[in-house]
Design a protein around this ligand. Structure first.
Ligand SMILES: C[S@@+](CC[C@H](N)C(=O)[O-])C[C@H]1O[C@@H](n2cnc3c(N)ncnc32)[C@H](O)[C@@H]1O
Length: 223
């Protein structure tokens, strides 16, 4: 049973219980809510430059909306590991896999910092996973299971410039709905970047969305 806790997005650290509660309630409607953002998913995934037979970690995979475009690139021999802490979201991901009859997709029903990953993947995607991006232990766990030089992409909400305050109203509303900490919304990729080489960040949607890419340095933060 999910313990009722505060669901405010004002704490500095991500609130696991609040996130579980929030996404357990959203699981049935989540795919529809994300429809507007789907072109961003395509762009993020294309930046991973995946090839047939490669392996990719989908961190905070939710209902598995990235599986189809990822599978199209890695092919039948390629593998995907979806990491997701919310059982209701993961159940939707499982249904999606069964409906498509996909092979080679493993689901881990665990928080990203505790996930029992095996081996080392070629790439990782963090698509709209602000809470995870604010947890260095979660990022470190993922990086330990990437090959040095692995491609990494992260996307999500960020504060736009202060003078475009109507855009920031959108960011505020969307963040209150989907993340449990506002911490780091000015540079959500900042912790991830300490693990990567050559981080490049593109802002889109009038500055309210970022797409960050880089490669795993293989040597820990700021190596
Ligand atoms: C906005 S959804 C994004 C889902 C998916 N990446 C997508 O693109 O549709 C954020 C997801 O991250 C999951 N999540 C949040 N914190 C997590 C954590 N620490 N470990 C694993 N999953 C987490 C939530 O349960 C939710 O499914």
């Amino acid at each position: 049973m999910i313990k009722r806790t505060r669901t405010s997005a004002r704490s500095q650290l991500p609130d696991r219980e609040a996130a579980l509660e929030r996404y357990s309630m959203r699981a049935n409607v989540y795919d529809g809510e994300l429809a507007l953002f789907e072109p961003l998913r395509q762009e993020a995934i294309s930046r991973l430059q995946l090839r047939k037979g490669e392996s990719v970690l989908d961190v905070g995979c939710g209902t598995g909306l990235s599986f189809e475009p990822l599978k199209a690139l890695v092919g039948e021999q390629g593998t995907i590991v979806g990491i997701e802490q919310c059982p209701q979201m993961l159940a939707k991901a499982r249904e999606r896999i069964q409906a498509h009859g996909w092979e080679g997709i493993t689901l881990l029903s665990e928080a990203a910092d505790e996930a029992h990953l095996r081996g080392q993947a070629d790439a990782a995607i963090f698509h709209f996973t602000h809470d995870i991006l604010r947890q260095p232990e979660a990022i470190a766990n993922v990086m330990r299971h990437l090959k040095p030089g692995a491609r990494v992409v992260a996307t999500g909400l960020q504060w736009a410039a202060p003078w475009v305050w109507p855009v920031n109203l959108f960011v505020w509303g969307a963040a209150m709905y989907s993340v449990t900490t506002m911490d780091g919304l000015d540079k959500p990729w900042s912790v991830l970047a300490t693990f990567l080489h050559g981080t490049e960040v593109r802002a889109t949607w009038m500055g309210s969305i970022f797409i960050a890419t880089g490669t795993w340095s293989g040597r820990g933060p700021d190596a």
